[in-house]
Design a protein around this ligand. Sequence first.
Ligand code: COA
Length: 432
Amino acid sequence: METWRDTYREKRVSAQEALRRVKSGDRVVLGHACGEPPTLVNALVDRAPELFGVEVIHMVAMGPAKYAQPGMEQHFRHNGFFVGASTRKAVEEGRGGLIPCFFSEIPRMFSDRILPVDVLLMQVTPPDAEGFCSFGVSADYTLAAARSARTVIAQMNSLLPRTGGARIHLDDLTWIVEQDEPVIELAPPKIGELERRIGENVAALIPDGATLQLGIGAIPDAVLLFLEGKKDLGIHSEMFSDGVVHLAEAGVVTNRRKTLNPGKFIATFLMGTRKLYDFVHQNPDVELHPADYTNDPYIIGQHDNMVSINSALQVDLMGQVNAEMIGSRQFSGIGGQVDFVRGASRSRGGKSIIAMPSTAAKGTISRICRELDRGSAVSTSRNDVHFVVTEFGPADLRGKTLEQRAEALIAISHPDFRSELREQLQQAAGVP
Ligand code: COA
């Protein structure tokens, strides 16, 4: 007997009705990135005048984050695992905070009740014949939050792609708001000559048959442009975007030689345009799994020839990577960088790559620096780092002494800064 069809009817409510369950002082978790449920978040923000001290927890906020705007301080407090364009100012101005945490460990924040969840707002697809809904574009921490939340409110959106892997049964939803709405999209980044040169240098390090993790942005996308001649690449990544679709269609990404999950694209969330969402919809080769699986360094490390590609804001001459802060200002977050750096480092034939332009701020600042800026954090430690790549080439830091590392990093810094870096190094060593 399919009892879920009866309970489905009873659980259907309007967004306004569903959001009435939120009380002052509650902790509300939002579905991640492009999986954020806009209708539910808007209905929550509409209740601002009658709510006080509601904590809103999120990771990459792709919506406008109205709950973190000036004037909302008494009603909502945004605390995130990441800082993005719509939440950066709020964190800087004290209306929000950052919770440092590896992405692989975020599901446990909820399931171990380190951060007990009162209400989860998420998106799901309509149910299949057995009553199971897909998470669409973000499984990451959403399943763990759903299992531990007091109240689970789902926006059921038939425009959400139905992906395989993690799924949730209607019995596990408290309230359902049926509302079709375009899924949040991320436009492809602009790739210039600089990004192309970095992309080419990174692509040269990727062997046929490698399994790839790609971060977000222009550099990972530029790498993809130079992979057309490669064979049998695979994807085991935190996320992937439109660029991977092109390589799959060109027969470059086949996933055939993956050690784990052969034949499958594995990710924990997706960000891209409708082109990506159409590609993954009901595609039996695509699976989204929670981040405590995809980002677990012990899982990642079981893939032979695992190559992780991420970016950074600064690397010092010991190889310490800052991927999150500009001075004492929180610019982004750790995401899955260290999870994948460590996973790739455990992998037979694996490589972790930190790829970045050699300079920032229109060429006025060297990203390779004697010391990280005062106030900024180490994201990837000098013990974990492997390759650093700029437009001037790769520096392989593994097995090198501090002196050898400094030389290798200066060799890939911008020529305008090389003598200054050498002088700083000599001064630090007490050389007159
Ligand atoms: N000092 C001062 N300003 C700096 C700087 C530095 N050392 N480094 C960068 N900037 C400035 C840039 O000039 C740029 O400003 P502009 O837009 O006005 O020119 C801005 O900061 C952003 O830098 P950019 O390098 O273009 O950022 P990005 O969008 O490529 O993102 C990271 C780079 C490192 C922030 C991003 O990759 C990230 O968040 N990484 C951590 C998480 C992660 O790796 N996740 C992995 C899986 S998704």
